[in-house]
Design a protein around this ligand. Structure first.
Ligand code: APR
Ligand code: PHB
Length: 393
């Protein structure tokens, strides 16, 4: 088989890239080792930047999102038992959209299948070769057990942090930068109407908590826990009691709505960047190249920003025979990646308590929150990063 672009991975990065290339008349195949049902149900983040939403709308995959998503003009930062609103619309004239990542994935898969564009699920033994030459190859075993070789012009490594594309780059030609955090998030989905119209990020002497949501009937909540925590140590009652404590509102009149918990999981927190995001004819995008801790809600949005740039560069190459966009891809993508890394690290360290947090550190973190919520300049900085920095073309 021969295609212009071989895409490994059907997460948001691979699917959006396939979608943008199809619209530009560039043929691609998407290869995914999980099943369609698995990727369509995988619970991940749920906050979309304006730029992500605009891209979905402009390219014809925003219809269900426009009907079902929730539009938020701000967030609340809660500390010292008091809530402080950061008003995005007032500060930067933008909003964020709450729409689960797996819903984005469903919409992109539906669009690809409706267009009859190639996508294969449950493939195995995926391997890439010939990245330094003009005709790279992807080998894989299809669901029916048959082996295939795809000859491509380019390979897009959109296969997430644990994929095979980044490790295929020869050691010594790629640098990695990382930081682990001494805590993790215990996340739940509950059949409970959200207790707030907007997200609440809370810092309490017992640690961080986040109130988020999926629909008007389903709440998504998180608690900071130790990194090696066993989810079995957290029966439902304990989770709700701890959320109650950390989200406590001193002025009263606010209560956390409880309901049956139907999903529970622990997510480690990591910052990671591989650079450059290219080796020969392999281009990395999304989690394959970088991971952010979830506090800034940037992971999915960064993946979309990467493939937007990559699709533009490939389009320019096929339309004009000009490889300048491809040559600039890594440096351009990394400028956004590092700013999102900075923001995610900053939100994370401001809002969590590390095991070695001293009383001084806690006071300093509270002063930072006080500053961020009382200075218009500081609130504006948070707001413009949270809603997403403008795309640079
Ligand atoms: N062969 C084929 N597919 C693979 C392989 C492989 N060897 N290894 C991994 N995959 C698939 C995974 O099953 C997954 O569906 O690649 C996909 C990668 O998708 P994501 O992990 O979702 O990564 P990405 O598309 O970059 O999305 C960005 O933002 O919110 C964050 O981490 C969250 O998933 C999110 C990410
Ligand atoms: C989520 O709803 O899953 C969510 C929201 C905000 C974050 C992270 C995750 O910062």
């Amino acid at each position: 088989m021969r295609v212009q672009v071989g895409i490994v991975g059907a997460g948001p990065a691979g699917l959006m890239l396939g979608h943008l290339l199809r619209r530009a008349g560039i043929d691609a195949i998407v290869l995914e080792h999980r099943s369609r049902a698995y990727v369509e149900e995988r619970v991940r983040a749920g906050v979309l930047e304006q730029g992500t939403v605009d891209l979905m709308n402009e390219t014809g995959v925003g219809e269900r999102m426009r009907r079902e998503a929730m539009f938020h003009a701000g967030i609340e930062l809660r500390f010292g038992g008091i809530g402080h609103r950061i008003d995005f619309r007032d500060l930067v004239g933008k909003e964020v959209t709450v729409y689960a990542q797996h819903e984005v994935v469903k919409d992109l898969i539906a669009a690809r299948l409706a267009a009859g564009a190639p996508i294969e699920f449950e493939v195995s033994d995926v391997a890439v070769a010939g990245l330094d030459g003009a005709r790279p190859q992807i080998r894989y075993r299809a669901k029916d057990g048959r082996d295939h070789v795809v000859d491509c012009d380019f390979v897009a490594g959109c296969d997430g942090f644990h994929g095979i594309c980044r490790p295929a780059i020869p050691a010594g030609t790629i640098a990695t930068y990382e930081r682990d955090y001494p805590f993790a998030w215990l996340g739940i989905l509950a059949e409970a109407p959200p207790s707030s119209d907007e997200l609440i990020y809370a810092l309490h002497a017992r640690g961080f908590a986040l109130l988020s949501m999926r629909t008007p009937e389903v709440s998504r909540l998180y608690l900071q826990v130790p990194p090696d925590e066993d989810v079995a140590a957290w029966p439902d009652e304990r989770i709700w009691d701890e959320l109650d404590r950390r989200l406590h509102h001193a002025e009263g009149g606010w209560a956390l709505q409880r309901g049956p918990i139907f999903q529970k999981g622990i997510t480690p927190m990591r910052s990671f960047v591989a650079e450059p995001m290219r080796h020969g004819r392999l281009f990395l995008a999304g989690d394959a190249a970088h991971i952010v801790p979830p506090t800034g809600a940037k992971g999915l949005n960064l993946a979309i920003a990467d493939v937007r740039l990559l699709a533009q560069a490939l389009e320019r190459f096929y339309r004009d025979g000009d490889s300048a966009g491809l040559d600039a891809y890594s440096a351009k993508a990394l400028r956004r990646v590092w700013k999102a890394q900075r923001f995610s690290w900053w939100m994370t360290t401001m809002l969590h308590l590390a095991p070695d947090t001293s009383p001084f550190d806690l006071k300093r973190q509270l002063a930072e929150l006080d500053y961020v919520t009382s200075s218009r300049a500081a609130s504006t900085s948070l707001a413009e990063n949270y809603v997403g920095l403008p795309f640079e073309d």
